[in-house]
Design a protein around this ligand. Structure first.
Ligand SMILES: *Cc1c(COP(=O)(O)O)cnc(C)c1O
Length: 389
């Protein structure tokens, strides 16, 4: 008999009733150190007092009005994002995949309005993940995501990640945009080298096409900059954001330059809930903390400490781990043992990590994890690895 919850996930047995900072707690009081943060979502940990206050204050005042009216919290969050980034304008969604839908529509409408109606193709890369909506799965294009779901949205050109020659050859007069994650998340924490991101920007400029960055996982302080592309010193034309921006409240956004967004006039897009007062009140509280340079400096310091301890862990367990990669607090341990075994052994030692493709386990902890928690996390990972050797 089918379970009452549609069985599209294979879930671990834990069931949490409470969160405190980097800790998740079960009904019987057992505590787990959370290095997954709900897949890079809880950037400020669980039950962060500033976020709880922002949400409860707003909940007592007003939940929802729709985008038929002015929403001051949405205006405030858009202003913060515009001030802190390349963007001139922001549309709010409830998730990453909805941000993908709009990014694709925006890129196509841009060319349509310029009279270049055949320019609809978007170049994407193997190992990428852009969500589970129709445009999201079509963009990623992996068989695992699209098989069985009938005709998929056309107009995506899929290339091998890192194949520069194929990329240059793939650009035609039908190319509208290139869409890429600066650091692949689901694909196994594969950071695009800064040089490559610069090269992509140059290539887009040379051909006059749009660069869309998916920073749903790597954005919002995760890599030690507010957004990952800042490391390369470039800016996109369109950027997808979600996960961390709501700190645990469902919230996403598409950020864009005035030029890239020029086709999205009144009536061309919409969302009932996107940019609602609750989500945007929390988003403002997240931005106030995460965009502070002192906060980001701490993220970088702690990321260095974590990475150094992980190098030690790898050296102690050469039969279990192969290496560490990633950027800031978005780290991947490339495994020799099956990654799912290591994640399960972590659960037994009350430390939570997230598996990814390419036999990697992901470490995406709250960005405000303490030094002591970093030491404790690596101690628990060490015990988990020892139990497998
Ligand atoms: C999670 C993720 C998405 C999809 O976000 P949802 O909120 O699950 O729809 C898109 N892109 C990337 C890079 C992601 O990590």
């Amino acid at each position: 008999m089918i379970p009452s919850v549609l069985p599209t996930y294979s879930r671990a047995p834990m069931s949490f009733v409470k969160g405190e900072g980097a800790w998740l707690i079960e009904a019987d009081g057992s505590r787990y150190l959370d290095l997954g943060a709900g897949i890079a979502v809880n950037v400020l940990g669980h039950a962060n007092p500033a976020l709880v206050k922002a949400l409860t204050d707003q909940a007592q005042a007003l939940w929802h009005t729709s985008n038929l009216y002015q929403i001051p919290q949405q205006q405030a969050l858009a202003d913060k994002l515009v001030d802190a980034t390349f963007a001139d304008t922001v549309f709010f969604t409830n998730s990453g995949t909805e941000a993908c839908e709009l990014a694709v529509k925006m890129a196509r409408k841009y060319w349509y309005d310029k009279g270049d109606k055949d320019r609809v193709e978007i170049i994407t890369f193997s190992g990428s993940f852009h969500g589970r909506s129709a445009a999201g799965i079509a963009a990623a294009g992996s068989e695992k995501m699209v098989k069985g779901f009938g005709p998929i949205l056309g107009g995506f050109v899929h290339l091998d990640w890192g194949d520069h020659d194929a990329l240059t050859a793939a650009i035609t007069d039908q190319t509208a945009a290139i869409l890429i994650e600066p650091v692949q998340g689901e694909g196994g924490i594969r950071p695009l080298p800064d040089q490559c991101l610069k090269g992509l920007r140059d290539l887009c400029d040379e051909h006059g096409i749009l660069l869309i960055l998916d920073e749903v996982q790597c954005g919002v302080g995760r890599t030690g900059k507010l957004f990952a592309h800042e490391w390369a010193g470039i800016t996109p034309d369109i950027m997808m954001v979600a996960k961390g921006i709501g700190g645990g409240f469902p919230l996403g956004a598409v950020l864009a330059t005035e030029d890239a967004a020029s086709g999205m006039t009144a009536g061309t897009h919409g969302s009932t809930y996107g940019g609602n007062p609750l989500g945007c009140a929390v988003g403002c509280a997240v931005m106030d903390i995460v965009s502070d340079p002192a906060f980001l400096a701490e993220v970088n310091r702690k990321a260095g400490l974590l990475r150094q301890k992980l190098e030690g862990l790898i050296a102690s367990h050469p039969d279990v781990f192969e290496g560490v990669r990633g950027s800031g607090m978005m780290l991947g341990l490339k495994c020799k043992a099956p990654n799912t075994d290591i994640v399960a052994a972590g659960y037994k030692n009350h430390v939570i990590t997230v598996p990814a493709a390419d036999n990697v386990i992901r470490l995406l902890p709250p960005l405000n994890l303490t030094d002591d928690e970093i030491a404790e996390a690596v101690k628990r990972l060490d015990a988990a690895a020892a139990s497998l050797s």
